[in-house]
Design a binder for this molecule. Sequence first.
Ligand SMILES: [Zn+2]
Length: 373
Amino acid sequence: MFNTSWTIAHVFGIPIRIHITLLLILPLFGWIFGANVEIFAELMGLQPGDLLLEPYILGFLLGLGLFASVALHEIGHTWMALRRGRNIRSITLMILGGLADLEDSIDDPSDELKIAIVGPIVSLLLGFVLLSLTTLFVNMAADLQIFLLYLGQINIILGFFNLIPAFPSDGGRVLRAALAKRGNYLRATKTATSIGQTVAIFLAILGVFSANLLLVLVAFFLYITANQEYQTHLMRSTLADFRVQDLMTHDVITVSQYHTVSQLLAMMYDAKHTGYPVVDEDGKVVGCVTLEDVQRIDPAQREAYTVRDIMAKDLHTIAPDDDAYDALKKMSKEQIGRLFVIDEQGSAAGIITRSDVVKGFELRRVERRETTQ
Ligand SMILES: [Zn+2]
């Protein structure tokens, strides 16, 4: 498959990955920063001849500096997450900043608050350090002076921008954690989401009026992700006490791997099912077969081929006592509609589909509404 991100380093044993969008945007940043470098130099009372580097090269270096700053911000989140006993899968640097990928969502408000706040603190501290470096050394090369001043300001903006309470930004997470400390996590998420979306709309309007396309994009991104986060949280908390076996279809029809393709086709006519788990002589599931697999075989050859010849061996499975929410996560991640439920002995215990999980979700919602009324 086509790679969209590459690992460039490891920090605390966690891979730092670079997303392809970053490589595309870096020359653009070099160009934008480069154009600003000349204005910056003029404001500082420097002559064009004082600069050793071409403005665009300096701009490109600033672009790299920006992404190193974003990486440090994410490493800040990661460091705190690890301290709080959370697992981080990876850190990905991409076009609209960074992303520290937490293995599980956080359900402890004080942990969430600490993990969220540390990123902006890193950015603000870094900003102040860079800015104060320029005052410490006199006779600094003009290029270095501009680099430090510019990058210092970027970090301060980054710090403050992330503190805007537009959930799921860091500031939004801090807000949700503060709300959740005094009550229900789901309700806190809902309130933080509404506040976040209002702020996002405000930012978008601001972006339109100041002709700032980047701000409009960021606002749009915040608006969409705020709602996604809420939906995910709602789904997760509603499905909390459902296991796969509670929602799956129990009686699965299996097909022997020694059946011929014609026999399989006859079975499909009878049962009106187009996909089956394939079992060996001990009843262990060894693969799965669908109508598409049958279609690949020439009608004249259907007696000569067995199910084993045409079945797919890479199975998407889950255990009966796994969480129903995990089943849903697995299906979306692997972009499939159903999972085979395989018990400890390796036999087919059932099949779970997306709509099985959604049905469970809706039932629980109705039930909860009745008990709260
Ligand atoms: Zn952050």
